[in-house]
Structures are given as structure tokens and as C-alpha cells.
Design a protein around this ligand. Structure first.
Ligand code: ACO
Length: 316
């Protein structure tokens, strides 16, 4: 048994905050932000549950799956709306889902963790799982700190997964955490993100590349066979350095960070959904997702793309 993707969806708040907007309140410039991070603007607003509901609803509608037939919804987020209850409970209620719901926090690797766990659940008997990555990082960003304020944004992305006989679409995966580096990126409850940007940068390239290589080796796939790399959208220079070391050309990456900023758990599904909707995937294409985040966590997953029978927007 394995997983099959039946639907996808994403959501971004309406409010756009450009680099030029940030220039008005911070000692920074559009040029610096673009050069150092690749980010041009980000979306800000709504709650984590609202973004998760919008992305989840779009994914369910596209899949044609009856919400009540979902066995579990996993919401990957580092920014739940409340300490208790989990934001997934709100999403479950609003979408009229069946089965259970829980939040998962593995920082920016959260969506890949959720996908891998969903695969395990489908293998062991669940029929349908909704995985969502949604964040409102704007709520934990210190807007007076130029070291972090220019980087983050809000958004959500979702996939509807179904159990499939046979190997399924997930061909390999790798999850990890190096907690000796947990202090380089932190946010206390009720506080703001603090980050040693240079240290995160250095380690991010290393863990992305190592995790991606382990995943490819597990599935006996060469980097040149990867049609689309979907990296965590933190910094274009991290992505370029990883592409370089993996031998995957930058044109084969899914990129949304120029218009979303870093949306943590939402970044990989946002980039994946963008690529699917742009018709960049054909049946049989290999898609490698790879992320890193606070913890320091990492996660990679290799998928073989297969357009669902009822889907619109995907290549046949
Ligand atoms: N505007 C202008 N100047 C700035 C800004 C800004 N917004 N921010 C920092 N600077 C200054 C610094 O103060 C420093 O000045 P100094 O040389 O006088 O000390 C100078 O620019 C260079 O700073 P660096 O930190 O060396 O800049 P760098 O090229 O490393 O880029 C950045 C900084 C963008 C933060 C980069 O290190 C990075 O992206 N790191 C990884 C961050 C990341 O991925 N975080 C997310 C992790 S995922 C998660 O869990 C949320």
C-alpha cells in the first residue's frame, strides 16, 4: 500500500507587503533584500486556521473527496492560533471532516514530516488523509528587527491523499533533527523569532543536500532524473547552493519565495501547488521535496507524479 495524490490547494492572505513598504519602517532596502534572499514581497494576514481551511477546501474540491470520508487531517504549523485546542480542530470542524485531527510542529520541515506520516497511516489502513501546511509567521515576527522581518510571510498549502494498492507515489524519504543546533533559530511562547542567520544558512545547505542525497539513494534515483526540486523557500542563495551541490539545474526548481517570503510549513506545498497549476508536471515525473527548519529539523520526500483522474490543471 502507498499514497496517491488526489487533490491540491493553496491560500495566501490578500494583503501584500513589498520590500519598498518595509523600507519605510526599517533600515533596509529592496536591493539588499532581493540580493541576499531573493524575496520581493510577502503576504500578511488571516489566522493559521483560516489559511488552512482555504487551502484544505480547495484541495478537497479538486479531489472530489467527500470531507466526511477523511480519516485524518494533519496540520503542519509552527504558529497555531491558540496553545489549546490545536488549530487542526478548528479546520476539522469548518471543513466537515471525518476521523481525527492533530497539529504537527517540525518547523519548516513540517509539511514533509506530515506527508511521510500520512503515508505510514495509509499503509496501515487509513483510506484518506488531508495534509496541510499553514502559517502566520507575521504574528511571531518582530517587525522592528531587520534581520528577520524581511524574510517571513503567511500562507497555506494542502494535499488530499488516498491509499493506493502497490508502491504508491512516495518512493523514498528522509527525516532528521540535529538538536545540538536548536539555539540558532528560536521563538519563545508569546515571543518573536530570533535567528543566527549565517549559521542557519551554512547548516541549511549541508542538511538539504545530505537529506536529498539519502532520499535519492534510497529510491535508487540519480539527481539528473529529478524533474522538479521543491525546496523549502527560505533564501534563493540556499536553494542555488543546494542545486549546485546536487547537480540539479535551478530551472528545475519550484520557486515562489520572491512573492511569498519564507512561510515555513506552508512553503513546500505552496511551491508544489504552484508548479502543478502551471502544468510543469507530467505523469511519471520525479519530484523531490526537501526542507530544513528550526530544531534543526530536515525532511525530504521523493514522489512520482501521477495526475488524478478527475483533476483539472495537471498535465495528462
Ligand atoms: N537590510 C539591510 N542590511 C541588513 C539586513 C536588512 N534587512 N539584515 C541584516 N543586514 C546587515 C547585517 O547587519 C550585516 O551588517 P554588518 O556586516 O555591518 O554586520 C550585513 O547586512 C550582512 O549580514 P549577514 O547576516 O552576513 O547577511 P547574509 O548574507 O548572511 O544574509 C540572511 C542574511 C538573509 C538572514 C541569510 O543569512 C539567511 O537567509 N540565512 C538563513 C535564514 C533562514 O533560512 N531562516 C529560516 C529558517 S526556517 C524556519 O524555521 C523559519
Amino acid at each position: 500500500m502507498g499514497l496517491r495524490i488526489l487533490g491540491w490547494g493553496s491560500a495566501l492572505p490578500e494583503k501584500v507587503v513589498t520590500n519598498h513598504d518595509l523600507e519605510k519602517t526599517l533600515d533596509t532596502s529592496d536591493e539588499w533584500i532581493r540580493e541576499r534572499s531573493g524575496i520581493g514581497e510577502r503576504r500578511i494576514g488571516e489566522s493559521t486556521a483560516e489559511l488552512a481551511i482555504a487551502a484544505g477546501r480547495a484541495a478537497l474540491e479538486r479531489s472530489g473527496v467527500e470531507p466526511a470520508s477523511v480519516d485524518l487531517m494533519v496540520l503542519a504549523t509552527t504558529t497555531p492560533d491558540q496553545q489549546v485546542p490545536a488549530s487542526s480542530a478548528h479546520v476539522h470542524y469548518e471543513l466537515g471532516l471525518g476521523g481525527g485531527a492533530c497539529d504537527l510542529n517540525a518547523a519548516c520541515s513540517g509539511f514533509v514530516y506530515a506527508l511521510v506520516m500520512a503515508n505510514g497511516l495509509l499503509e496501515s489502513g487509513a483510506n484518506r488523509v488531508l495534509v496541510v501546511g499553514a502559517e502566520t509567521l507575521s504574528r511571531i515576527t518582530d517587525w522592528s528587527d531587520r534581520n528577520t522581518a524581511v524574510l517571513f510571510g503567511d500562507g497555506g498549502g494542502a494535499l488530499v491523499l488516498e491509499r493506493e494498492a502497490g508502491e504508491g507515489q512516495l518512493l523514498g524519504w528522509d527525516l532528521g533533527v540535529d538538536a545540538s543546533a536548536r539555539e540558532i533559530l528560536e521563538c519563545d511562547i508569546g515571543g518573536f523569532i530570533r535567528m543566527d542567520g549565517r549559521e542557519v544558512f551554512k547548516r541549511a545547505v549541508r542538511v538539504l543536500v545530505d537529506s536529498a542525497k539519502r532520499t535519492l539513494a534510497q529510491a535508487k534515483v540519480r539527481p539528473e532524473d529529478v524533474k522538479l526540486l521543491v525546496p523549502h523557500q527560505a533564501n534563493i542563495r540556499i536553494i542555488q547552493a543546494a542545486c549546485d551541490r546536487l547537480g540539479i539545474p535551478e530551472e528545475r526548481t519550484a520557486l515562489v519565495l520572491h512573492r511569498t517570503g519564507n512561510t515555513s510549513s506552508a512553503s513546500i506545498p505552496l511551491a508544489l501547488v504552484d508548479a502543478i497549476e502551471a502544468g510543469r508536471l507530467e505523469d511519471g515525473d520525479l519530484v523531490l521535496m526537501t526542507g530544513f527548519g528550526a530544531g534543526m529539523t530536515w525532511g525530504s520526500a521523493l514522489l512520482r507524479w501521477q495526475s488524478p483522474p478527475s483533476a483539472s490543471g495537471a498535465s495528462a
